[in-house]
Design a protein. Sequence first.
Length: 169
Amino acid sequence: MTQINIFTENIYSDWKVNEKDVIEKTRILLEFLISDIGNKSCLNNKKYESITLDILFCDSKKTHELNRDYREKDYAADIITFAIFADDENSFIFDGDINLGEIVIALDKVISGDNRDISNSKNKEQELFFLISHGLMHLLGFDHQTEEEYNFVIAEQKRALGSIEYDKI
């Protein structure tokens, strides 16, 4: 079994996310996605021993800054994904480790429920894992520029969420 390293940091003071729980459930989500669609992802035909990713919890002010500074977009996002491995044609595997990249989540937007029309989640924790599963799809190289791609991403997210018993989202 591949070793999965997940590092979290919470710089948002109004919600002390249970980072241990996030790491455990994110690992389950990623293992599900790798076993289910890994052969279609950026990991296909790669030889690696471990996978690393980071999750940063912040506020929408920070995602607005990141969007503006790195993506030339002038708005606050609920999630931003920096897919280091999937988005770089020169991506490399260092000492058997693939660094997939970073997921940045604005917790104030999760609390406000801005995205609930898409996820139909019942609470902020379900919303959080809906966003994490979405970020994982991007880290694995999946995008949603067309309706077909969008439907694939959402369907896979919902399947993955079943692995942590959030499949009712």
